[in-house]
Design a protein around this ligand. Structure first.
Ligand code: PDD
Length: 281
């Protein structure tokens, strides 16, 4: 079924939506994005997503003013126009369309578009037990910014799928960074949640931040430090976090079973807390 999408202030059928071949998102991946999930029409952690969007824009010196209120209205309108209940909204802002030039020009009007996706419903109903493989980190150095420079992760995720697993987890200098489109965490034998700090090597996930707050507020010890693949193999539990998968168990890494191969108690608790308590608007 054709979706109604939003492009530069206009609502159009997806078949009618167009971008210039000179859009800097196409030529230079000069664009940032957010994916915000909604459940029963309510956006999860919307303010935090808009704050990260603003931060991505600032880090790239992109002049787009994030009007949280106006963007929230557009998010709710796109959900309503597409008659959706649960799903996600993809929002992208690029530095606009202008003849190809490595130098950018901030007097060009940015491009804004949004569309919806519905995969989240399935992630809610049939939670995946993730099986992953590790791969060398191949992305650019600014993984702290949510840009559309996603080719390395597209290649890695497809390679993982072709190897019969769900996803890949990157390793750099002997330490885990994150998964291709989610943050990655482990739980040690004492029940502590171990997660890599925001040291510039990974995306500051909105779900990760919420999970850490919920963990500390509910008796789960949190250790923010880098960890090795060997620690992952010996972990009691492992999980990923992302807007579209929430907090989901990882039960196999590089063919080795994690814990007893099922969702463990800490991940189960954090997932339940997240789904109960994540701010909705
Ligand atoms: N991905 N790390 C990477 C590299 C990501 O692409 C994502 C999100 C995350 C988790 O961030 P958050 O909790 O804010 O969703 C971590 C989105 C969902 C995507 O690209 O579809």
């Amino acid at each position: 079924m054709s979706r109604i999408v939003y492009v530069n202030g206009k609502w159009v059928a997806e078949e009618e939506a167009t971008l210039s071949i000179f859009d800097r998102s196409a030529l230079f991946a000069d664009s940032v994005y957010e994916v915000t999930t909604f459940i029963n029409g309510e956006l999860l952690d919307f303010d935090a997503h808009m704050e990260r969007l603003q931060s991505s824009l600032v880090k790239l010196d992109m002049r787009y003013h994030v009007d949280k209120q106006a963007l929230q209205t557009i998010h709710h309108d796109i959900i309503t126009k597409n008659k959706l209940v649960t799903g996600s909204v993809y929002l992208q802002i690029s530095r606009g369309a202008v003849d190809r030039d490595f130098h950018y020009d901030n007097s060009v009007k940015p491009t804004l578009f949004l569309f919806t996706q519905t995969g989240v419903q399935k992630n809610l109903e049939q939670m995946k037990l993730f099986r992953v493989i590790t791969m060398p980190e191949q992305r650019w150095a600014r993984r702290d910014i949510k840009t559309t420079q996603l080719l390395a992760s597209s290649l890695a995720k497809t390679k993982a799928r072709d190897s019969g697993v769900h996803d890949a987890v990157y390793v750099e200098n002997g330490m885990v960074t994150e998964a291709t489109s989610a943050n990655f965490h482990i739980v040690d034998k004492s029940g502590a949640l171990i997660t890599r700090p925001l040291d510039g090597t990974l995306l500051p996930g909105i779900t990760r931040a919420r999970m850490l707050l919920l963990a500390s507020g509910n008796g789960v010890a949190v250790e923010e430090r880098p960890f090795t693949p060997q620690e992952v193999y010996g972990a009691a539990e492992a999980c990923i976090s992302s807007a579209t998968n929430f907090i989901a168990p990882v039960v196999e890494v590089d063919g080795r079973m994690i814990g007893d191969g099922k969702m463990g108690p800490v991940v189960e608790k954090l997932r339940a807390l997240y789904l109960e308590q994540v701010p909705r608007s």
